[in-house]
Design a protein around this ligand. Structure first.
Ligand code: ATP
Length: 236
């Protein structure tokens, strides 16, 4: 399998000197779902932000589909979709315009068929002319995903997509993620929930205090879940 995301010795110190990432190495293969599991403040969002070029890394290399995130930023970024933790949507905008506008920001030509495909995939087609503010929380999260997919990226980051949502919505989200994988999208999602990693991931990475402690096939990690050391790390 080809590696779509290659992260080497990634470090990030914020301006106050705080080391949020302490040398992360991670390779993601095309087509897989990787869940990054970690407690509050572990560095999950920082990792995503540096890979997406929102935050500048202090040192290290990141390449996406062979494109270096610094020297070939536009090519690398075009391959990435990002679903942020917060619902950052314009409430008075229509669903379809939100997704079309996002595609335009990536310099992609208008493609009504592509937008329709994305909205249908997320069961948003019949809501395409609704204003965002009229949608439920679950539907807003779907729009966030549609927006992230608007330029047809090959790699999708979902930053805690089910934080604070009820069980029903969480399961909805898991189905959406599995559907995207079936379409060939590679997925990295962050979560606090072990059961979420268990339900949908192929591999699980555990991050704490800026260090990627392990990355394993889900089955072998779950077999170790009884280990005290891992419990302590996750509950810190
Ligand atoms: P959560 O699960 O709460 O979202 P996280 O794993 O995503 O946490 P990050 O948001 O990446 O963690 O934060 C990692 C650490 O970096 C935290 O200790 C946080 O306080 C710190 N941090 C994040 N942003 C900044 C900043 N701009 N300046 C200084 N420290 C920061």
């Amino acid at each position: 399998m080809a590696v779509i995301l290659d992260i080497r010795d990634l470090r990030k110190s914020y301006s106050d000197g705080f080391e949020a990432l302490k040398g992360v190495d991670l390779q993601i293969e095309q087509g897989e779902i990787l869940a990054l599991l970690g407690p509050n403040g572990a560095g999950k969002t920082t990792l995503i932000s540096t890979v997406c070029g929102i935050t500048q890394a202090t040192s290290g290399q990141v390449s996406v589909g062979g494109h270096d995130i610094v020297t070939a930023f536009r090519a690398a970024r075009a391959m990435i979709g990002l679903v942020p933790q917060e619902i950052n949507l314009e409430p008075f905008e229509k669903v379809i315009n939100t997704v079309q506008f996002s595609r335009g920001l990536f310099g992609k030509p208008r493609d009504d068929a592509a937008i329709e495909r994305i909205l249908r995939q997320l069961s948003l087609w019949d809501k395409k002319d609704n204003q965002i503010r009229a949608l439920s929380g679950g539907m807003k999260r779907r729009v966030l995903i549609a927006k992230a997919l608007s330029h047809e990226p090959r790699l999708l980051f979902l930053d805690e997509p089910t934080a604070g949502v009820d069980v029903e919505l969480r399961k909805d989200m898991w189905e959406i993620v599995q559907g995207l994988k079936a379409d060939g999208v590679t997925i990295v999602l962050t979560t606090h929930y072990i059961e979420e990693a268990e339900a949908i991931a192929d591999r699980v990475g555990v991050i704490a205090k800026g260090e990627l402690l392990l990355v394993e096939e889900k089955a072998s990690l779950m077999a170790r879940m009884g280990q005290k050391q891992l419990d302590v790390q996750l509950s810190e």
